[in-house]
Design a protein around this ligand. Structure first.
Ligand code: DHB
Ligand code: FE
Length: 279
């Protein structure tokens, strides 16, 4: 059967994509940030996952306020980059895995997750920037994008995201191949882009979150959605997507890497990599 080799949580700030496209990774402004990803790139080069489940949110590029699925699952052979208003970025087209997609969709629906099936899906910075950071250059994995609505309220509860991760775990564990799967969740950490508190960030919230996602994820499922926004900024509600990654992992995980820098653009930028600890 397929199995999960690790779980990753990472920020997806769009200006990182701009820095990649302009090859600014080694400039004084960016070097310390990009250096934070090298241990995870090396781990991926060693572990060589076949499939990446990428849990992200679309910021209005393909999924928009007119029709907003709570959970949307890719079922396409490929996922092109979306144009977010500055032209299509010079990035690869992500290759899908149609068999794994349909297996996961059937498994999730059997598990009573009434997801939206996307046979066409263009992906925005929520997906693309983490791909750039994890695999600089070409993308040697097939992907399963899963978009969670964290834009149009009411957004799902943190607990529901965690349970989605548990259901994804069951899907992986029953996929009848020896595929090696990495689960990636993107977004956050603290940030608010609009309104009176635009520019608000919270280092203390971010550190609490990075501790708890590793050692006590259930405590994060008990924080009300409004409290996430009050404590970490309105758009920081994105971090609930990391609970879907964590729900796909064992109760006990081993931290391989953790990195934090703030600010990157207007955001506290976080990265974690976990492996499963046997229970
Ligand atoms: C920024 C961060 C995000 O997560 C996002 O979706 C857009 C912008 C930022 O900090 O600029
Ligand atoms: Fe975002």
């Amino acid at each position: 059967m397929a199995h999960i080799v690790g779980g990753i949580g990472t920020t997806h700030i769009p200006s990182i994509g701009n820095a990649v496209d302009r090859k600014l990774q080694q400039t004084p402004q960016w070097k310390s940030f990009f250096d934070g990803y090298v241990p995870v790139q090396e781990w991926l080069a060693r572990k060589k996952p076949d499939i990446a489940i990428v849990i992200y949110n679309d910021h209005g590029a393909d999924l928009f306020l007119d029709k907003m699925p709570t959970f949307a699952v890719g079922a396409a052979a490929e996922y092109p980059p979306a144009d977010e208003g500055w032209g299509v970025r010079p990035v690869p087209t992500a290759e899908g895995d149609v068999d794994f997609s349909w297996h996961t969709i059937e498994s999730l629906i059997d598990d009573e997750f009434d997801i939206t099936i996307c046979q066409e899906l263009a992906v925005d910075h929520g997906f693309l920037v983490p791909m750039n950071l994890l695999w600089p250059g070409d993308w040697p994995v097939r992907v399963l994008p899963i978009a969670i609505n964290v834009i149009q309220h009411p957004v799902p509860t943190p607990l529901r995201c965690y349970k989605l991760g548990q259901a994804l775990r069951r899907a992986v564990d029953t996929f009848p191949t020896d595929a090696r799967v990495v689960v990636v969740a993107t977004g956050g950490l603290s940030h608010q882009l609009n309104g009176e508190r635009a520019g608000f960030m919270s280092r203390s919230f971010d550190q609490m979150f990075l501790d708890a996602i590793e050692g006590d994820p259930m405590s994060l499922t008990r924080i009300p959605r409004q409290e996430y926004m009050d404590r970490a900024g309105a758009e920081a509600i994105e971090v609930i997507m990391w609970l879907a990654m964590r729900g796909a992992m064992n109760a006990k995980v081993r931290r391989v890497h953790r990195f934090y820098q703030m600010p990157v653009s207007l955001t506290g930028a976080g990265l974690v990599l976990f492996e499963n600890e046997t229970e």
